[in-house]
Design a protein around this ligand. Structure first.
Ligand code: AMP
Length: 490
């Protein structure tokens, strides 16, 4: 089943905390905080604004939450002294909203009847506003503006006897995308949304259970990959072992296409598929969809590299590092104003003229969102002496926003939502512009064309067909008296 795009105008920026995040958890390993710090470090690409770890040592819960990078706060080798225990969960977060305040930093935790719950969440709930309004109407006091707190509030009100059952019953009420790790009275719980939009894997380190957003975080601590958590599955780990429970019907996973295109680290495997191989294949498919007669293929580093390699191999054209990336610049994409984004791109990328001068150049990037990066880089190629500049996007035109935890601007900022391919090419001043087709994307990731009988991806960015209903948006227009949010630091 697929759900239609919400009508324009809808600006998810103005009334949602949009988060890209990573989660990591350990059960049954001494000095779990050291492992969590390492795991979070490997997931740093999923969120750079804040990080936090909560552990449990059998009698007490310990927590540290910070704004900033994992390396700034958890790299001193002392973390396990401050956060003792063999069980723990961690989180990295990247929100584009002004509310980057400590009260929104995860893991969130609360005391409920029967024990304490700490929770860390990657994804976005699509009915959290409705649930929040109901909870506020019945007297709930929210401490954060994060949708994750809704889960704690529902668990606190549940009639079920144990804290872990309360937490599990909350999972039945939330909709959208979530990969959750939770610490409930020393038990570790991991859960993945009913469609498996966001990734979550189970690993094993000498008998200790590990949960992580991506397999690259298992690799960094030397843990073995066991399996992906199933869509709609929760696993509960305690001293007696691991139990699996379903909180939603069995369904085939519909993983987010953008994990494969851009978000996940290329050395990760999602649903058993290598992200690197999928990206390289996107490049090969891109050549089939949008060939060009050129002298050299140049990746926009780093995210365009595997696709450019695939394109160059399929085209039989040399591949060169024609753009050099400065590594000490933050992500250009998250700068709040266009002027700052423009400046950011120039600081981040510079041309390597010897491989460009006098050549017909084809640039490959993973995606065009607002067009900021591509516009600058096309100019840069001409300034460096390219005779022609062709641009290729290794994903289809992005026309629709995301509501499942990938930072994507509203429709009136998405270049492909406003312009057709020719208009975009003119705006970018490119000699030609081409995109991977949706079928090419399916071929690259799943090895099969997109049709009703094949596995599906969450591909709403390109199709406008959403994997879940978007309950908050259906109600957004009439929503005048919801709780105002205090943007205070605390
Ligand atoms: P833009 O410059 O606005 O067209 O954005 C495209 C560039 O941003 C590409 O180089 C992508 O690698 C990168 N990008 C795409 N999606 C995201 C995202 N959700 N968060 C951060 N960067 C992104």
């Amino acid at each position: 089943m697929r759900f239609p795009a919400p009508p324009l105008p809808y600006d998810p920026v103005s009334d949602h905390l949009r988060e890209e995040c990573g989660v990591f958890a350990v059960h049954g390993a001494d000095q779990s905080a050291l492992l969590i710090a390492l795991g979070l470090h490997a997931l740093q690409h999923r969120g750079q604004e804040s990080c936090g770890i909560v552990t449990h040592d059998g009698s007490r819960v310990y927590a540290e939450r910070h704004l900033g990078l994992v390396g700034e706060h958890f790299a001193d080798g002392e973390t396990h002294h401050r956060l003792p225990g063999a069980v723990g969960i961690g989180h990295v977060r990247y929100s584009t909203q002004g509310a980057t305040v400590i009260r929104n930093v995860q893991p969130l935790y609360a005391d409920v009847r029967g024990g304490g719950i700490a929770v860390a969440h990657n994804g976005n709930l699509t009915n959290s506003r409705i649930l929040r309004d109901e909870l506020v109407a019945s007297g709930a006091i929210f401490q954060s503006t994060s949708d994750t707190e809704v889960i704690l509030q529902i668990a606190a009100r549940s009639e079920r006897a144990s804290a872990s059952n309360r937490f599990l019953s909350a999972l039945k009420q939330i909709e959208g995308a979530f990969a959750l790790v939770a610490l409930v009275n020393g038990k570790l719980i991991g859960a993945r949304d009913p469609y498996g939009i966001r990734p979550l894997v189970l690993g094993d380190l000498d008998g200790a259970a590990i949960l992580a957003s991506e397999t690259c975080a298992l690799d960094v601590i030397g843990a073995k990959y066991v399996r992906d958590i199933e869509p709609g599955e929760a696993i509960i780990v305690d001293e007696t072992g691991t139990v699996s429970e379903r909180f939603a019907p069995v369904r085939a996973a519909r993983p987010c296409a953008f994990e494969y295109i851009y978000f996940a680290r290329p050395d990760s495997m999602i649903a058993g598929i290598s992200v690197y191989e999928a990206r390289k294949e996107m490049g090969r498919q891109l050549f089939r969809d949008a060939p060009a007669d050129v002298d050299v293929v140049i990746p926009v580093p780093d995210s365009g590299v595997p696709a450019a390699l695939g394109y160059a191999q399929a085209a039989g054209v040399p591949y060169e590092m024609g753009i050099i990336r400065g590594h000490y610049v933050g992500r250009t994409f998250i700068q709040p104003t266009q002027a700052k984004r423009d400046l950011g791109v120039r600081r981040k990328h510079s041309a390597n003229p010897p491989v460009i001068k006098g050549k017909r150049v084809l640039l490959v990037d993973d995606s065009i969102v607002r067009g900021t990066t591509s516009r600058k880089i096309v100019d840069m190629m001409r300034d460096a002496g390219a005779t022609e500049v062709h641009f290729r996007s290794a994903c289809p035109p992005i026309k629709f926003p995301d509501f499942y935890g990938i930072d994507m601007p509203s429709r009136d900022e998405l270049m492909a939502s406003l312009q057709n391919c020719d208009e975009m090419a003119r705006a970018l001043k490119a000699d030609s512009l081409g995109f991977l087709s949706v079928d090419g994307l399916y071929q690259a990731v799943l090895g099969a064309a997109r049709n009703a009988d094949t596995p599906q991806l969450a591909d709403h960015y390109f199709t406008g067909e959403y994997t879940t209903r978007l309950a908050d948006h259906e109600r957004a227009a009439s929503d005048k008296d919801r709780q105002l949010s205090l943007l205070v630091d605390a």
